[in-house]
Every structure is written in C-alpha cells, then in structure tokens.
Design a protein around this ligand. Structure first.
Ligand code: TYM
Length: 339
C-alpha cells in the first residue's frame, strides 16, 4: 500500500517597518503566527522593508525599525527552528515577480484600493506628492504571497482587500498563461481582527498615525500602556454594553480584553458595571500579554548577531522556495531563460 502525504499548508505573512509595532499588529496577526501558524504549517514571516519606501521615510529610521520588527517577531515567539523569518529586500524574487504582476493588474484595480485612497490623500497633504510605488504597493504584496505558493495569509481585517486582489491576479495569470500560482486565502482572527485607536475608536490603530496617544506600542513602558488605556475615549452613557455602531470605544476595549483573556466580548460586557473597571482590567490584561515579549526583546537586543543569523538563514531558505515559482512565471509569460 502506498501512503501519500499531503504537502504541508504553506503560510505567508508580512509586517511593514513604517513605525513601531502596535497592539493591533500583535492581536490582529503576530499572535496567531506564533500560537498557531508556525506549529501547523510551513510558515514564512517577512519584514516587508521595501513597502516602507512607498512613503516619505528616513533611511536610518527604516534600518532601525526593520531590525526592531525582526527582533520583536522573535521576541513574540516565532521560532526559527519552526518557521522562516526574513527581510523582503534580501530576496530578489519579490521584485522580480512584482513586475510580471504589474503586467497582470490594471490601473483601475489599483486605484480602487481603500488603503491607497486613504494613504495617498494623507501623503498629498503632508508632502505634496504621492509616490508611484504607493499605487503599485498591492502588486508587490501579491508577489510576496504568490512567490511562495501560499495557501493561507493570516492578517488583520484591513488587509482583506489586498489579499482579494492577490487571488484575482493569481487566477487571471493562471488563466492566461497556465497554472503557475496557488490561489491563497486570507485568514483573520475571530476577535480583534481590527483593533481601533483608543482616542479615535472609529479609526484603526495604525502604527504610523501622527498622534500616538491612542496607540499602544509593543515596546511602550507599562506606565504608558496603563495611561493610554485608562484615558481611552469611551462613549456617552455609563453602562457597559457591546454595541459596535453606537459605542465603538467600549466595544474596542471589550474586544481587546476578550482577545487577551480568551473570553467572549459579549460575555465580558455583562460582567462590568463601569467603564473605569473595564479599562483597569483591560490595561492589566494587555500588560500581562506584552510583558514576556518586552522581556525577550530586551534579551535579544543584547545579541544582535543572533538576529542577523536568523535573517540570513531565513532569506536563504526563502530564496530557494521562491526561485522555481518565479522562474516558472517568467517562462510562462514568454521570457526566454538565460542560456
Ligand atoms: P501592516 O504592517 O500594516 O500590519 C501587519 C499586520 O498587522 C495587522 N494589523 C492589525 N490587525 C488588527 N488591528 C489593527 N489595528 C491592525 N493594524 C495592523 C495587519 O492586518 C497585518 O496583518 N500590507 C501589509 C504588509 C504586507 C503583507 C504582505 C501582509 C506586505 N506584504 C504579504 C501579508 C502578506 C501591511 O501593511 O501590514
């Protein structure tokens, strides 16, 4: 009898070093990578540094934030024995494939992306112009994913449209040139798939917002985390109910507390009589969740050679995985391979 083993699910996800990583990044994506994805699948996690160049940036800051993001991924518990951690710019296949996907996507598709509309408006206001790469960014993201034959892309809610575009491009490419890419799907956490800004609970907690008082950063000092959560904007009324439309501030706190404790937000709502008590418990639960990450980050910073080694080995493995798929895509569209 022959036993056929199904190849392991391939997972790919990424994080952009445009700012310090936040509680939203952790609850929406990183925690699942650590607790589920690296254990069940062949998983790759990438600090997508090229994406950080799509907006005004300071080179020294990008360098610093890229290293910090990689260190935090390891501090959060990604284990290089179980998964592959690397920097996007160390693997040329991403940009090689991106061009072919630019030849697959349309400009209308790019202009429909919600994040492009929001970010281009902000960039135009701040610096007077918008980089072309901000428009083509989702194509590079699609290349990140498709280069690895990815089945699942674990991300927060805000990336759903980009993964949908990736699927469309994979299907279109396969239909035109023959089956080359796996068609991936996005997976989102059940709770806290979109953590909101504590000061503006109708906007996502984003790492590059100008005002930082509503954003919990993974490396914030405990006192700062407490202060930010205790000062979170709540809603008029003083009873704790879960109503995402009418009471977004309270719903956000309930979601964060639920994500930290494993309880259901609707059950938590019934357990609190005041906003103050809810905030206090949320702050303590967040601190408890982040404490080991902060501690391990401190330790890893003492050993930058270790982080460099992980990234070097990760890039080497990633290159080996991406190369055949990207070469196949080049051949499929009609490009001759070098003799
Ligand atoms: P980025 O760097 O903005 O965010 C990294 C991950 O964190 C999630 N996330 C959130 N989840 C819940 N609530 C929030 N407030 C919150 N803020 C961020 C994001 O959904 C994401 O999963 N374009 C991507 C990076 C990327 C990528 C990829 C992701 C580039 N190539 C390929 C997956 C696969 C981005 O800007 O993520």
């Amino acid at each position: 009898m022959t036993v056929t083993t199904r190849p392991r699910t391939r997972i790919f996800s990424g994080i952009k070093p445009t700012g310090h990583l936040t509680l939203g990044n952790y609850l929406g994506a990183m925690r699942r990578w650590v607790e589920e994805d690296q254990l069940k699948a062949d998983a790759l996690f990438c600090v997508v540094d090229l994406h950080a160049l799509t907006v005004e940036h300071d080179p020294a800051r990008v360098r610093r934030l890229s290293r910090q993001a990689a260190t935090l991924l390891l501090a959060a518990g990604l284990d290089p024995e179980r998964c592959t951690v690397f920097l996007q710019s160390h693997v040329d296949e991403h940009t090689r494939l991106s061009y072919l996907l630019e030849c697959t996507a349309t400009d209308g598709e790019m202009r429909r992306m919600i994040q492009y509309k929001e970010k281009s408006a902000r960039e135009r206001a701040d610096s007077g112009s918008v980089r072309l790469s901000l428009l083509t960014y989702p194509v590079l993201m699609a290349a990140d994913i498709l280069a690895y034959g990815t089945d699942e892309v674990p991300v927060g809610d805000d990336q759903a449209q980009h993964v949908e575009l990736t699927r469309d491009l994979a299907l279109r490419f396969n239909q035109r040139y023959g089956r080359t890419f796996a068609v991936p799907k996005a997976v989102h956490p059940v709770v806290a798939a979109r953590v909101m800004d504590l000061q503006d609970p109708r906007s996502k907690m984003g790492k590059s917002h100008a005002s930082t008082s509503g954003i919990v950063y993974l490396l914030d000092e405990p006192e700062i985390v407490r202060k930010k959560i205790m000062r979170a904007v709540t809603d008029s009324g003083d009873d704790v109910v879960l109503d995402r439309e009418a009471r977004p501030g309270v719903a956000n706190l309930l979601d964060v507390l639920a994500a930290c404790t494993g309880a259901r937000p609707e059950d938590l709502a019934g357990a609190y009589r005041s906003y103050g008590a809810l905030k206090k418990d949320t702050a303590e639960a967040v601190l408890e969740l982040l404490r080991p990450v902060r501690e391990r980050h401190g330790e890893l910073c003492e050993d930058p050679g270790y982080v460099d080694g992980v990234l070097r080995a990760g890039a080497e493995r990633a290159r080996g995985l991406a190369r055949p798929t990207v070469d196949a895509a080049y051949a499929a569209v009609g490009l001759l391979s070098p003799a």
